[in-house]
Design a protein around this ligand. Sequence first.
Ligand code: BDR
Ligand code: CA
Length: 350
Amino acid sequence: MSEAEISVLWQWAGRRTIILSWAALASRRCRKTPNIALEDAMGRKVIIDVDPGIDDAMALCLALGNSELEVVAVTAVGGNVSPGQATRNVQAIIEQLDPPRWPRLGAASEPDIRLAVDRRSLYGSDGLGGTSFAVAERQHLLPSEKVICDQVHDAPHMVTIVALGPLTNVARAFIRDPDLPALVGRIVIMGGTVSGPGNITPAAEFNMYCDPLAAQTVFRSPSTKTLVPLDVTNRIELSYDLFNQLPDESTRPGHLLRQLLPQAFRGYRQQFGLEGIHVHDTVTLMAVIHPELFSTKPMAGDVETQGELTLGATVFDRRRAPAWRHNMEVVSDMRKEAVVKAIIDGLNGS
Ligand code: BDR
Ligand code: CA
């Protein structure tokens, strides 16, 4: 059977499974997961799940340039841009960076419920600053959720999934294969807020809001999770001085980032009146590469999937006498200057 045929079958079977099992899975009670500190479980093999997005692209530059990480797959998910555009952008970024060892690539598919939001106003019409990179004609890519399943089964307990977009792919992989959550080493998720406001609605962070059911499925799954919330990633704002610190134009990441970043600065100025940019996904990746720079605490978290005003909001049981069990580590603080330095050093390959 060809890869294209496998892909079609997988999508059909996946959709059917999701319809049948979503309700059952979503109503499962939280199960206790081990509260392993962030640094204990950081395997070297990573899957980066992205919705590029300039922020995601910068994280990919860092991940693919880091000799300590083995990026086994880069899987696309719709979010900042449509699923089709996210897939083209992943392919374009990997082609531009042309790493010595190419990761497997996964194609994004339509979420079951699509909310009418994206981030094109921030990151440009194509999510990559309007660069419209041509991508090579490649064989049909397998769906992201299948790539995730395959890679985790190939190296049980060894793979860290770094989820930098909506959790559509991870949830689908978990629903298709209920053994999978326990086989993942750790999932590090960029998303949600603990105390601060949202960034797409007053209550919700963008990645959670795009696919709240998926986020709830992953939160409730018996997997080992670390959440890097907006409260923490918002603390870093990179200024124009970044352009003086990027790798040289002659390097692949230097060349790529110089094409992408001007749009991010424009977007942040026009939309938020800021003279700098937040790099939520990059900060999250740094929590994988440099866990010693971050503090975490065990928390019990869930996601609102119904609220009229609170759809996609993350909710944590912080009562004096909590009734929910801890189900994730949540990053609560970081050594901000050291993280910024590590980002710049990492981009420059040192
Ligand atoms: C998240 O939303 C997206 O716009 C960014 O890429 C990041 O993953 C921040 O809320
Ligand atoms: Ca993202």
